[in-house]
Design a protein around this ligand. Structure first.
Ligand code: NI
Length: 173
């Protein structure tokens, strides 16, 4: 197990569309374990494989609070098959856009089909924070970020800030 480096805005990897997972083999199980370790270390409540540089349709979520037992959930090839007309608003953040938060409006409930960590087909009707988190993470699999759901003005400001940070981080040559 190991903590993986996170892919940070404006890395173009974040705009890549991830490929379906074909086989749930030991490589995928190891990747999911590394993703949990990376997410818990950050800390965060959701992580998509592309955020550790792997363009596969795999995400991990754990919504347990700090004082609760861990509730790790693996979603492989997740698909939203139904979204409610009812909307809800949550303040979202993203491990690939550190220290930036903004309110995002999304469908309040979603029905999601996926394969779990044991290779079993599953379907859930998610609401509340899980619904928002699943939509945020599934967006990552399609190269979409939560800042795409805010105003262009705000988004441009965030992207500009992270481009500058990336430049400042780059080693001088
Ligand atoms: Ni994110």
């Amino acid at each position: 197990m190991s903590i993986k480096p996170l892919v940070i805005l404006p890395d173009p990897l974040l705009r890549q569309v991830s490929e379906p997972v074909a086989n749930i083999d030991s490589r995928i199980k190891d990747l999911a374990r590394d993703m949990f370790e990376t997410m818990y270390d950050a800390p965060g409540i959701g992580l998509a494989a592309i955020q550790v540089g792997v363009p596969l349709r795999l995400l991990v979520i754990d919504l347990a609070r700090e004082d609760e037992p861990k509730q790790p959930q693996v979603f492989i090839n997740p698909q939203i098959v139904e979204s409610s007309d009812e909307r809800s608003v949550y303040e979202e953040g993203c491990l690939s856009i550190p220290d930036y938060y903004a309110e995002v409006e999304r469908p309040a409930n979603v029905r999601v089909q996926f394969i779990d960590g044991n290779g079993k087909d599953q379907e859930i009707l998610a609401d509340g924070l899980l619904a928002t988190c699943l939509q945020h993470e599934i967006d990552h699999l399609n190269g979409v970020l939560f800042i795409d759901h805010i105003s262009k003005l705000k988004r441009d400001m965030v992207v500009k800030k992270f481009k500058k940070l990336a430049r400042d981080r780059a080693p001088a040559v």
